[in-house]
Design a protein around this ligand. Structure first.
Ligand code: HEM
Ligand code: HEM
Length: 276
């Protein structure tokens, strides 16, 4: 997935979607059914069939994604078409229903479809917004380097704290040993850690430094500078982890909702053929 899937092949899939939408809307406008427009007219069946076909095809993307090198289309074709044709469903399915919604299985299928599309839009946004993270996720990036940087800062803190009172050394030690990154899903999603040992150490060393003078004051100032940089880096890492957690979590909505949609759709279609 790249930002470019939206522009892929010079917007080919956007153009295809717009063409399908134009034909659907014109057909709906000139269609003059006996009663109110609804899913049971010839146009209703056509648009419903088209929407159902698209939904099954979009869901097939999950399978297709895992079969690299099969077929003529690139994965980017699938992704680009997935996004544009997925969005076009909002219009196609709405025209199919003739704007007749109620508390029934048909409208449940419709609502699930809207949720799948909404979660898809969120996922797409996340993918495009955090490209750097994507490369880190693929192992090309430098999460390792960032850890090395944190470890280096901890070493610098120890070095400086050797000339300072035990109290400060203890804080530096706690900042090194007790600083936690990641944790539970909620902690990751929050993107912060209110009990961060490094932030704690920074605040306390800053307070203590006010009582020092001479060489100790100099050392404490340097320590505060390094600790502040470390806290800044930790804050950035936690933000990155938050974005990664967001990117992981949306698929937990998109896929199960897709499955629920396929189920509701099957019941919708079977029930209209049984009762209509
Ligand atoms: C092969 C595919 C489909 C067929 C044959 C089909 C058939 C029908 C029929 C016959 C009706 C009229 C029912 C009535 O007036 O009581 C209807 C209504 C409706 N359909 Fe479909 N449909 C299909 C696909 C879809 C899809 C993909 C969606 C959306 C996810 C959908 C959502 C609705 C909604 C919301 C209504 C309006 C229900 C109401 O009148 O309260 N249908 N459909
Ligand atoms: C009813 C419509 C849709 C269905 C049934 C559907 C279904 C799916 C499925 C089954 C996957 C594969 C997930 C996996 O196995 O990893 C997927 C991926 C995805 N979908 Fe959808 N989707 C729909 C609409 C949309 C829309 C409208 C968007 C964006 C606006 C979207 C964005 C995405 C993205 C970004 C991925 C991830 C691709 C990747 O991980 O490489 N989807 N979708």
């Amino acid at each position: 997935m790249h930002t470019s899937i939206l522009l892929f092949r010079n917007f080919r899939y956007l153009k295809i979607s717009v063409a399908i939408l134009a034909v659907s809307i014109i057909a709906y406008a000139i269609h003059d059914p006996l009663g109110k427009p609804n899913g049971g007219t010839w146009l209703g069946y056509t648009l419903g069939g088209l929407a159902a076909f698209l939904i099954v095809w979009l869901a097939w993307f999950g399978v297709r994604k895992r079969q690299y090198g099969v077929g003529k289309l690139l994965l980017e074709d699938w992704a680009s078409a997935h996004v544009y044709l997925g969005l076009s469903l909002l219009v196609i399915a709405t025209l199919h229903s003739g704007f007749q919604f109620g508390i029934n299985i048909h409208t449940l299928a419709y609502a699930l479809m809207v949720l799948v599309i909404g979660s898809g839009a969120f996922g797409l946004y996340a993918y495009m917004r955090y490209p750097r993270l994507r490369s880190v996720k693929r192992g090309e990036g430098s999460l390792g380097d960032v850890w090395e940087l944190v470890a280096g800062m901890s070493r610098d803190c120890y070095e400086i704290a050797r000339d300072l009172p035990d109290e400060v050394y203890g804080l530096v030690e706690a900042a090194d040993k007790k600083t936690r990154i990641g944790g539970s899903m909620w902690r990751q999603l929050s993107g912060t850690n209110p009990n961060c040992a490094s932030t704690n150490a920074l605040d306390q060393v800053r307070d203590l430094a006010e009582g020092y003078s001479g060489r100790e004051a100099d050392a404490a100032r340097r320590l505060v500078t390094v600790l502040a940089r470390k806290v800044e880096l930790l804050t950035r890492i936690r933000k990155d982890i938050q974005y990664k957690a967001l990117m992981d979590i949306w698929l937990y909505f998109h896929i199960p909702l897709s499955v629920a949609l396929l189920g509701a759709l099957a019941i919708h279609i079977i029930s209209v053929f049984l009762y209509w």
